[in-house]
Design a protein around this ligand. Structure first.
Ligand code: ZN
Ligand code: ZN
Length: 392
């Protein structure tokens, strides 16, 4: 469609109203015509459908004060379709109609071109996707769904396949989504089948809301379906197996493309978002890709050095070589014993050394410690502390 077509279209003629028709007159004319030519009332009649489209289009423009003014202005400017070359007869016509309409409020509806602002193509993309019988037959993307799952610590580290029970809205099977017992709903009189109602929002703007009477479906059941109470929608629940990748952490939100609500009229399915909760482990902790563990060692092990066995998550223990003189709280690294990363490699196990003090000592141990005390009597562990405290 070109600018010329737009300007040549006489929307007043389409609705059969005079150019100075009031808003109420336009609305009345539109409703009468829309009812008469609605596709549901003229099944298989292409001419009626075409006419209905035209009527909807005319109403979209004339029914909206701001757009009506723009239309009137454009027609006045272009003289009902007669292009006038610019001064000097250069022939190039560079008035940008996009500017003219750029200020219009967009209402990107359905699968439309995302409202206004981007030139004339957008304007018409928006127009034709608005309301009308077309809306219900257009492919519609299914909704995104969010769900939650709780994994054990090990499942989160290794990845897991978990069953997820989902309930979603689907067309009612009993009435094929029509909401009507016999499958013959009638056109909603409030929105005349468009499923939308406009309301003024001040400043010449109007907002479009789903019609409350028909819940945006454009149709009302004559004899409501008992299964869905006339809504045409049913809650269906399904259980599916969801693969949670290895290495997820508590609170993470995973997106599973196309696992949301199925689309309508051939539209793509929505996405499923799974919020993962991870149970704590009694021994291991997580720091990103790394696992953490605290390992108790004796004073002789820390002081003299030695080999210490450390448990790993789901694998055999690893042996850590403790250097002589390892202080309490030192963290050592067991490479590749952490959580699995996306690329299949693994993080590390961070081992924190905790020197433990025994509560009860046997006689022999006590004797040994007494002689150790004597042997180290000259060393004051707090000498540095006091020196530093005085110095400050
Ligand atoms: Zn309605
Ligand atoms: Zn039903």
């Amino acid at each position: 469609m070109s600018t010329k077509d737009f300007v040549e279209k006489d929307y007043y003629k389409v609705l059969g109203v005079p150019k100075d028709a009031t808003e109420a007159e336009i609305k009345k004319a539109y409703r009468k015509l829309a009812r008469e030519f609605h596709p549901d009332a003229n099944k298989g009649d292409d001419k009626a459908e075409e006419r209905f489209k035209e009527i909807s289009e005319a109403n979209d423009i004339l029914g909206d004060a701001k757009r009506r003014k723009e239309y009137d202005d454009a027609r006045a400017l272009f003289g009902n379709g007669g292009y006038r070359p610019g001064p000097g007869g250069g022939g190039s016509f560079n008035f940008d109609l996009g500017d003219l309409f750029g200020g219009s409020q967009g209402q990107g509806q359905g699968g439309g071109a995302g409202g206004f602002g981007g030139g004339l193509g957008d304007v018409f993309g928006g127009l034709f996707n608005r309301g009308g019988a077309g809306t219900r037959t257009q492919p519609r993307r299914g909704q995104d769904v969010e769900s939650e799952v709780t994994l054990s610590f090990t499942e989160a580290v290794d990845g897991a396949t978990v069953p997820l029970r989902m309930s979603s809205q689907a067309p009612c099977k009993a009435c094929s989504g029509t909401g009507d017992k016999n499958g013959t709903p009638r056109v909603c009189p409030t929105c005349v089948g468009t499923g939308q109602v406009s309301r003024g929002a001040g400043g010449g703007f109007s907002l479009t809301d789903p019609c409350a009477d028909c819940k945006g479906r454009g149709l009302i059941a004559q004899d409501p379906c008992e299964v869905c109470k006339g809504s045409g929608r049913a809650t269906s629940s399904r259980t599916m197996q969801v693969r949670i990748p290895a290495g997820v952490s508590d609170g993470q939100r995973i997106r599973l493309r196309g696992k949301g609500t199925p689309g309508e009229q051939g539209g793509p399915a929505g996405d499923l978002y799974v919020v993962v909760h991870v149970d704590a482990h009694p021994v291991f902790g997580r720091k990103g890709d790394n696992l953490t563990v605290t390992v108790p060692v004796t004073f002789p092990e820390a002081a003299l050095g030695g080999e210490v066995k450390v448990p790993t998550l789901g694998g055999p223990p690893v042996t850590l070589k403790l250097p002589a003189g390892t202080p309490n709280g030192r963290t050592m690294r067991a490479r590749g014993k952490g959580a699995t990363r996306k690329d299949g490699t693994r993080g590390d196990l961070l081992v924190t050394i905790e020197v433990i003090v025994p509560k009860d000592l046997g006689d022999k141990a006590k004797e040994s410690l007494e002689s150790y005390r004597e042997a180290t009597a000259g060393a004051d562990p707090r000498a540095e502390l006091f020196k530093a405290a005085k110095g400050a």
